[in-house]
Design a protein. Structure first.
Ligand SMILES: N[C@@H](CCC(=O)N[C@@H](CS)C(=O)NCC(=O)O)C(=O)O
Length: 201
């Protein structure tokens, strides 16, 4: 399997960490989105949306969308990352939808604009801060009741949500306001075998 991704992208790291946790072999192909490498003719042939992550399977089939890729990897390899019970599985998928729809679309977007595009707070849509903080508050509330997003074990929603939560300060969010989320980040990083975030270029 080939994973086309960027190490500055939480969406891509979600896929990498899932593959690593499952012990899957893959070739990582670094794509520099800041240089437009996901928009070249060659890349658009692979994936017309021009975005990463994507995976290319042994037989040449391409899969897009970080959460869809995570679900595919979890569905095709033995693991405890996705519940088998239909209700619990639907809950897990619901968290992945929420991650994309509410969390990533505020926290990751504000982080990209502030940290990489160097936009000032005045230039940023104020709704991004409000919406992102509402997501962090919801996670704080959830994690006060259970040690992981869904109970007592790491599952796909933890991997998906930790990616942009651990770097939320780059988007101007104050994680100190969410101590339970901070402890959860440390725990999930340890589970994934990754070092605490030390900042990106
Ligand atoms: N919903 C998609 C979002 C993909 C996405 O936004 N990718 C960004 C990097 S995080 C990208 O490729 N940006 C470069 C571009 O749009 O040209 C997913 O989860 O895979």
């Amino acid at each position: 399997m080939k994973i086309y991704g960027s190490t500055i992208s939480g969406n891509c790291l979600k896929v990498k960490w899932t593959a690593d946790l499952l012990g899957l072999p893959y070739e990582w192909i670094e794509v520099d989105i800041l240089k437009g490498e996901s928009r070249t003719e060659a890349f658009l042939q692979l994936s017309p949306a021009g975005q990463i992550p994507i995976i290319v399977l042994e037989d040449g089939r391409v899969l897009e969308q970080s959460c869809a890729i995570m679900l595919y990897l979890a569905a095709t390899h033995p693991n405890d990352l996705l519940p088998s019970d239909p209700y619990e599985k639907a809950k897990a998928v619901g968290w992945l939808f929420w991650e994309q729809n509410a969390h990533e679309s505020s926290i990751a977007v504000r982080r990209f604009r502030k940290h990489f595009m160097k936009m000032s707070d005045a230039e940023l849509d104020p709704a991004l801060l409000t919406k992102g903080n509402a997501c962090l508050a919801l996670m704080e509330n959830t994690l006060e009741k259970s040690s992981y997003i869904m109970g007592h074990n790491i599952s796909l929603p933890d991997i998906a949500l930790v990616a942009y939560t651990r770097i939320a300060d780059e988007g101007g969010y104050d994680l100190a306001q969410y101590p339970t989320v901070q402890s959860w980040i440390t725990k999930v990083e340890a589970d994934l075998g990754i070092a605490p975030y030390a900042g990106s270029q």
